[in-house]
Design a protein around this ligand. Structure first.
Ligand code: UDP
Ligand code: MG
Length: 231
């Protein structure tokens, strides 16, 4: 039987998410995992997010950490991981594209002792969603990353990445923006981990709704796949 007495740390990078942060934190709180540590990293938002954090979020979560300057998602995660104390760590964007009720799916292979790193894939079974161009870019980047890592991933760029805490804390994340996805994939591979994937759902938001990833990030991801291919 797998361990039920564990603590899951949920790291939420947060940049200009004043309309989403309360909803996502409440969804995370509803997840039927008894011990949860929620860490929100405010990546120097400029839209008044910090007012929502101070007034509404602080009493609900374990930690709210503030950046002095905007770093990017990778930078926010680096800070968040440093503060994590749970047995396992999962990444949660501060938007509503992913469903926290699926944490247990992503965690299960780790609890079962099958792996120490599990990704939730948006492209395993089911219908593909979101901008066609984004989907194509994700598939291309995943395939290119697989060439070097020899992992058999279908969605390297997914937000839902779950790790045993010691593993993600041992990764020295250099990339401040979205390049950290190929970077950590390469680095956990070099540490000898076989990444398991499970299917998850996805409800993509539009650029108008606040999606921040762009063309430049895709180019950087290609660069990072090459840069970190040796770990
Ligand atoms: N984010 C951040 N700093 C930034 C840009 C984004 O912390 O400079 C956060 C953002 O608030 C969100 C996550 O990183 O929680 C992913 O951003 P987004 O949803 O725009 O990217 P995508 O879903 O396209 O990967
Ligand atoms: Mg998102």
């Amino acid at each position: 039987m797998s361990d039920t007495n564990y603590c899951l740390s949920i790291v939420i990078p947060c940049y200009n998410e004043k309309d989403n942060i309360e909803t996502i934190v409440k969804k995370v709180l509803e997840v039927p995992i008894e011990n949860k540590e929620i860490i929100v990293v405010n990546d120097k938002s400029t839209d008044g997010t910090e007012i929502v954090l101070e007034e509404k979020i602080k009493p609900l979560v374990s930690k709210v950490v503030y950046h002095e300057v905007n770093m990017g998602k990778g930078g926010a995660l680096r800070t968040g991981f440093q503060h994590a104390t749970g047995d396992y760590v999962i990444i949660q964007d501060a938007d509503l594209e992913y469903d926290p009720m699926e944490y247990t799916k992503v965690l299960q292979p780790i609890l079962d002792g099958k792996t120490d790193v599990c990704y939730g894939s948006r492209f395993m079974g089911g219908v593909s969603k979101g901008y066609k161009l984004n989907q194509m870019a994700n598939k291309f980047l995943t395939a290119l990353s697989n060439v070097f890592t020899h992992q058999k991933l279908t969605d390297m760029e997914t937000c839902y990445k779950c790790f045993k805490r010691e593993i993600i804390q041992a990764v020295d994340i250099k990339e401040n923006r979205f390049g950290f996805e190929p970077e950590i994939t390469a680095k956990v591979t070099k540490m000898g981990h076989k990444i398991v994937e499970v299917p998850i759902s996805y409800a993509p938001r539009t650029n108008e709704e606040g999606k921040k990833i762009g063309f430049k990030d895709g180019v950087r991801a290609i660069y990072c796949i090459f840069k970190y291919r040796k770990g």
